[in-house]
Design a protein around this ligand. Structure first.
Ligand code: MIC
Ligand code: SF4
Length: 630
């Protein structure tokens, strides 16, 4: 039978089950990545599996989110991660080497292979024709240990690209256009596959910008074919032998199609609040901004920053605003030094920041109260930049550069066109450390707290509704990133105190006082990051179930993995403080939430596979993995 590109890669990797839409299958994971904010948990979880070393073909532990070591505890995390990677046989990408996703496609990604990463933007690797999937730390731990990764085979949406991008319109605008059309929920349950004649005019870094930001549609992954462009890129990286051609069968059947004429696109901006709040730049041109931040795993490629350097060369950024550029990798950084772009940028008044995430999650460059920060990143929910009272808008490097010059949102098409073609790359793996094996001691500072043992769920759940939240609540809202919490990622009891910090600062204390209870939510609960902490922290506070109208994929999996039951139902009429009782002894049957306070009953479902039903009752993924080993 004719196959899509995604189905071809899945078929090559299935180890449990058979390929069929909506079915749960186990796939072999070839490569794994972790980073410093989810990685400490992932590695503690890997350790608890009791294996001697990593079993996957390749595992890379990246230090990028807090590369500047903004607190002693962050540096402790980095030392732990470097030593544990070496001990168990993973490579370690040191601070300053760049953001995991960009470094991974530059130095390690291979077309046709599978990559599981403890970060939601792992699909960035799809720019290279690799199947990258974001997951929680426990899933990555199991995959590093050689275990399968389970997923429900999603539908495949074809995105047909035709035409050619006009000057000033970029790969970022393609991603924003997709978000404008299908929203932050439109990709849920789908893989996105890019096809059509427009594909071949996009370089690998441009493709990676698109696959990176398609995460924001809720899609499980997104992928481009592996073609002559991919081959040329891998050759520039000195990895030509990693190339293999990979395209979908011509008569493959897709579940949905989106067509985008690149020639008809215009520069776009996602205005504050959500990545799908997208408008043409012309509609908001002239809006005052206070900051510009160019970089991140979305737009940190050499091509992106070089274009900005050409646009700013010989000019000055507006004196009222603060502008930073943080390239996505050390490779890009060195290229910018070698070709003179670095000097052009600093002379234009830009502050150059080392490759890494940092400002993207509010570690430095936190925007001031009521200010508007224009960024080339991928997310702009409330609080994302580290200040819940500031606003973030998202745009391409071209829009960001034009706006930096004027001090207001500006249309880059007013500037003379710039074209950048990359014909060579500096390869420097100095900051990638090879593992040395089991003799290396693991460095564990007091802030690295081992996890409490898993808790099986009782047959009847009883407790109070501790919070009721609306639609589209992101993991940033459940457990914020940034300066408040970033140094506590390996200390669950402490980080749990910040659960729902921006929604309701009394939540954590109430949960402790009531001895746990329930969370009630609307649609697409837990969208955004792969942050397992957004499930682990509520678990730490005694939450046993969430009742929501629908869930984002990774967060739902994380809830099950930690032993919290994600129930689906119409939550209208359930209020904070209501006492609920749910008999969960048979999860295959329709369930009923008995509202003891109101005397009402609400039907709910556990939309889980047989494996997930067993797992959640047993207390989560690690409980099950360990039971399987006994
Ligand atoms: C993000 O962009 O939200 C993060 C920070 O990279 C997260 C991971 C995390 O919370 O550490 C993600 O995307 O998964
Ligand atoms: Fe880092 Fe930001 Fe990319 Fe997340 S979205 S991996 S924080 S650069």
């Amino acid at each position: 039978m004719a196959k899509t590109l995604t189905e071809k890669i899945l078929a090559e990797h299935i180890v449990d089950g058979t390929l069929g839409k909506g079915r749960e299958v186990g796939i072999r994971i070839d490569q794994c990545l972790t980073q410093d904010s989810t990685g400490t948990m992932a590695w503690l979880e890997f350790e608890s599996l009791g294996l001697d070393k990593v079993q996957a073909e390749l595992a890379v532990s990246y230090s990028d989110h807090t590369s500047l070591g903004f607190k002693g505890e962050s540096t402790d995390d980095h030392l732990f991660l470097q030593s544990i990677a070496s001990h168990y046989g993973a490579k370690f990408s040191k601070n300053g080497n760049g953001v995991c996703h960009q470094v991974h496609y530059e130095r390690f990604g291979i077309p046709g292979k599978t990559l599981l990463g403890s970060d939601s933007h792992t699909p960035t690797a799809g720019g290279l024709g690799m199947l990258g999937i974001g997951a929680g730390g426990a899933d990555v731990a199991v995959a590093m240990g050689g275990g399968p990764f389970y997923l429900t085979v999603p539908k495949v949406m074809r995105v047909v690209l035709t035409g050619k991008l006009p000057w000033g319109v970029t790969a970022k605008d393609v991603a924003l256009e997709i978000l404008r059309r299908i929203s932050v929920k439109g990709g849920v349950g789908y893989f996105l596959e890019f096809t059509g004649p427009g594909v071949k005019i996009l370089s690998v870094p441009e493709r990676a910008t698109i696959t990176n930001m398609c995460t924001e549609t809720g899609a499980t992954s997104s992928i481009f074919p592996s073609d002559a462009v991919t081959k040329e890129f891998l050759e520039l990286e000195g990895r030509g032998s990693d190339w293999r051609p990979l395209v979908p069968d011509p008569d493959a059947i897709y579940d949905a199609t989106v067509e985008i004429d690149l020639s008809a696109l215009v520069p776009l901006v996602a205005m504050p609040g959500s990545p799908d709040n997208v408008v043409p730049v012309t509609e908001v041109a002239g809006t005052r901004i206070d900051q510009v931040y160019i970089g991140s795993c979305t737009n940190g490629s050499y091509r992106d920053i070089r274009v900005v350097a050409e646009l700013l060369r010989g000019r000055r950024v507006a004196k009222e605003i603060d502008v930073i550029v943080s390239p996505g990798s050390r490779q890009a950084w060195e290229m910018l030094i070698a070709d003179g772009s670095f000097l052009a940028l600093t002379q234009a008044g830009v502050r150059m920041i080392e490759p890494g995430c940092n400002a993207c999650i509010g570690i430095g460059f936190v925007p001031g109260t009521n200010s508007l920060s224009l960024r080339t990143v991928n997310r702009n929910w409330k609080g994302r930049g580290g200040n819940e009272l500031a606003k973030l808008a998202l745009a391409s490097p071209e829009v960001a550069a034009a706006s930096a010059l004027k001090g207001v949102i500006a249309d880059p098409r007013e500037l003379p066109p710039v074209a950048v073609r990359v014909t060579d790359l500096i390869v420097d793996d100095t900051l990638i450390i090879e593992p040395e094996g089991g003799a290396v001691p693991v460095r564990r500072a007091p802030n690295i707290v081992k996890m409490a043992p898993p808790r099986p769920l009782p047959a009847v759940l009883k407790g109070e509704v501790l919070i009721v939240v609306g639609d589209g609540v992101s993991t940033d809202a459940i457990l914020p990133a940034g300066p408040l919490t970033q140094h506590l990622r390996s200390n669950l009891p402490e980080i749990a105190k910040f659960t729902f910090h921006y929604e309701d600062k009394t939540f954590a204390a109430r949960a402790v006082e009531k001895g746990g209870g329930f969370i009630v939510a609307g649609e697409n609960y837990g969208q955004g990051s792969s942050r397992e902490h957004a499930a682990l922290a509520p678990w730490q506070l005694g939450i046993t179930a969430v009742i929501a109208k629908s869930y984002a994929r990774i967060h739902k999996a994380n809830l099950v993995n930690v032993g919290i039951l994600p129930l689906v139902g119409d939550t209208t009429g359930i209020d904070q403080g209501d006492m609920l009782e749910i008999d969960i002894s048979d999860l295959t049957r329709p369930l009923v939430v008995r509202n003891l306070t109101k005397g009402t009953e609400v039907p709910v479902r556990a939309e889980l596979s047989e494996r997930e039903r067993r797992m959640v009752k047993a207390g989560g993924l690690l409980a099950m993995a360990l039971a399987g080993r006994r």
